[in-house]
Write a protein that binds this ligand. Sequence first.
Ligand code: SF4
Ligand code: SF4
Length: 133
Amino acid sequence: MLKFRPHHVMCTFAFQGYGYSQSFVENYQEIVSKLPECKIEVVKGLDQICSACPKIQHNRCVKQDTVLELDKKHMQILEIEIGQVLTWNEAVEKIRRKMSLSKFEYACQGCSCKPHGMCKNALLKLIEEKEVV
Ligand code: SF4
Ligand code: SF4
């Protein structure tokens, strides 16, 4: 079972091999490689992605207030809750059905990665696929 804090469902969907450090990226790639066969459990606070992050100090994220807000908004929008268990396909389906561009702007507000545009592009691609189907 992989453990994801709520906003990491969206981050993982958008992950393209970039991150805060080499070890963070390697850990993230390993987690992503397990997604086809492992379920994910939504957890509160630090998760397996955070575990290799250089932004942990004294056992908490240095951007604690921002990431708690990200978690709260992603739970609201994706309609997920702490303790919920999902397959990765179910998680992506939630993003497909519930995350719009305007909701993404709201949900990811304050994230330092957002200005790079990669997450928005990943969502745009999913939205385009939805329109084609
Ligand atoms: S903008 Fe930030 S919080 Fe939103 S999906 Fe990307 S990395 Fe995650
Ligand atoms: S920035 Fe904070 S929430 Fe994001 S991966 Fe690092 S420790 Fe976790």
